[in-house]
Design a protein around this ligand. Structure first.
Ligand code: PEP
Length: 257
């Protein structure tokens, strides 16, 4: 059964104690939602402990990191390598989040190098793309998104289909100042992204999971989840408490097949 993807990036939030408590509660919550693939993306420092918890409880909860360097080792002070993350046994590496692009000089080219490295090491790269408000105002959203997507997937072969996920997150919709996207707009863009993937990979492009993110909350999650080319939702603030995340799981669970 192809599960609907539902996950949360915690950004730079939660102490280890808070992270452990959250994960413990979430592990119980997700048992009720077998049709959903749930994942969490905490800070690096919490990953070992959380992975131990997941394994001890034999939970299906998937775990990811928020970034990664593309080299296995080297003179890159402050960076974390794929080899180090592999030791933990992670499932997912989030790449190219707009905050990394905005504050840490992440580019389409580095996202591509990291995507290739993540695939080489057996992780699922969760590649984030999104247009800025300015792009939308000039009506060049699709051009910007196609560029981000095509550069991120350069040299990613058809064999990798199903092993990477794409998250479309309009920059103007993300975070405390974000404006939730209208459902028809999300539909238009996801249909467009699907067409780009089909151009790149033929019919296999239909099997690339496409997630939507940006101010997803209890009021809009099920509307987005019903769209044909939305295979998952990527959530920030509204999933940072297990009971609120559970409410979204219940709402989404009612509409996905
Ligand atoms: C995000 O930062 O990727 C995100 C989706 O955040 P929020 O849901 O809080 O807008």
């Amino acid at each position: 059964m192809k599960k609907f993807l539902l996950g949360t990036n915690w950004k730079m939030n939660k102490t280890l104690a808070e992270a452990t408590k959250y994960t413990d509660e979430l592990i119980t919550v997700i048992e009720k939602h077998a049709q959903l693939e749930i994942f969490i993306i905490p800070s690096y420092t919490h990953l070992w402990k959380i992975k131990e918890l997941i394994d001890t409880k034999k939970s299906a909860l998937k775990l990811g990191a928020q970034n990664m360097h593309y080299e296995d080792a080297g003179q890159f002070t402050g960076e974390i390598s794929p080899v180090m993350l592999k030791e933990i046994g992670l499932d997912i590496i989030e790449l190219g989040h707009c905050e990394r692009r905005q504050y840490f000089n992440e580019t389409d080219e580095t996202v591509n190098l990291k995507t290739l490295a993540a695939l080489k090491h057996g992780f699922i790269p969760l590649i984030c793309i999104g247009e800025k408000a300015e792009d939308k105002s000039y009506n060049v959203s699709k051009e910007m998104l196609a560029k981000q997507l095509k550069i991120a997937l350069t040299n990613v072969s058809r064999d990798a289909i199903g092993k990477f996920w794409i998250a479309y997150e309009p920059v103007w919709a993300i975070g405390v100042n974000g404006i939730p996207a209208e459902t028809p707009y999300v539909k238009e863009i996801h249909d467009f992204l699907r067409s780009v993937l089909v151009d790149l990979y033929g019919t296999a492009g239909k099997d690339v999971p496409l997630l939507f993110g940006g101010s997803v909350n209890i009021n809009n999650a099920s509307d987005y989840a019903q769209l044909e080319n939305v295979d998952g939702l990527f959530i920030g603030r509204s999933a940072w408490e297990p009971d609120l995340f559970d409410e979204i799981m219940v709402a989404v669970g009612k509409v996905v097949k």
